[in-house]
Design a protein around this ligand. Sequence first.
Ligand SMILES: Nc1nc2c(ncn2[C@@H]2O[C@H](COP(=O)(O)OP(=O)(O)OP(=O)(O)O)[C@@H](O)[C@H]2O)c(=O)[nH]1
Ligand SMILES: [Mg+2]
Length: 299
Amino acid sequence: MSAETSITKAGFVAVVGRPNAGKSTLLNWLVGEKLAMVSHKANATRKRMKFIIPHQEAQIIFVDTPGLHHQEKLLNQFMLQEALKAIGDCDLILFLAPVSDSISHYEEFLRVSEGKKHLLLLSKIDTVDNGKLLQKIAQYAPYAESYEALIPVSVKKGVGKEAILSETAKQMPPSPPLFEEDILTTENFRQLYKELIRESIFENVSDEIPYESDVVIDKFEEEGGLDKVSATIVVEKDSQKGVLIGKGGATLQRIGKEARLLMEEMSGKKVFLKLFVKVQKGWSKDKKRLMDFGYDFED
Ligand SMILES: Nc1nc2c(ncn2[C@@H]2O[C@H](COP(=O)(O)OP(=O)(O)OP(=O)(O)O)[C@@H](O)[C@H]2O)c(=O)[nH]1
Ligand SMILES: [Mg+2]
């Protein structure tokens, strides 16, 4: 770490909200690179992920989290725990409330947020007119004592970035930088690639398959400017394997091609991707299997 750093503040910021609120999209936009998977389908993010963004004299470590959502399945319990851990470990929370959501979700959040300082972000404001936006802001007004700031945001329209970064930087505690100053995330390429393959699955197959599948990177080799990746998509049922492969392998080919393009765009390298599909019945309900896939309950 450079001794000449201009960073005098640093801290962790948990980004939380209901599934599909736009958390991962927001963080990709703030960091200026598409690092995290996003999907129009809910419950895309499964693990915490750090995004490191310097702003003014602060090093802000944003932590993306799975949507706040209760479900019986073990994988979903892990996901909820991830969000709650991020809340427990942070200096500030960004709570994302899509502008069309009922404020009851914010009231629920206030009950789990342990009185921690937070910014209330009204997300996806491009989906409503100005009148509706003002109405919604008025509904939150009685809670003005609870939040540090209310910021209307639209990633689609490019609204809110400066306000989010400066309000967040203001709340960071005095500290030397906590991570190297030139990195955007602490995730390695294996993990980032895994998530982009999952994104391609979310976008290309429907019903329960996105929720009952996961990706294991079996091999990752760098050769010159080329990343050679072999990965296995794990599903719960034989029928899901059939759907994922598709007629003559067409679906798997499409998933692979879209994943490869996402991976190449993120890494700026050429990627050679080989995909396999395997059935492991009950993996999403089995603690040991979940741990093998990187969902570590003790972490
Ligand atoms: N119209 C509009 N759509 C948005 C905006 N931000 C995100 N979205 C869309 O909202 C959907 C969900 O985005 P994500 O970023 O995956 O949401 P998330 O909160 O990370 O979701 P989980 O990981 O499932 O909890 C995607 O289809 C995004 O394109 C926005 O500002 N405007
Ligand atoms: Mg997400």
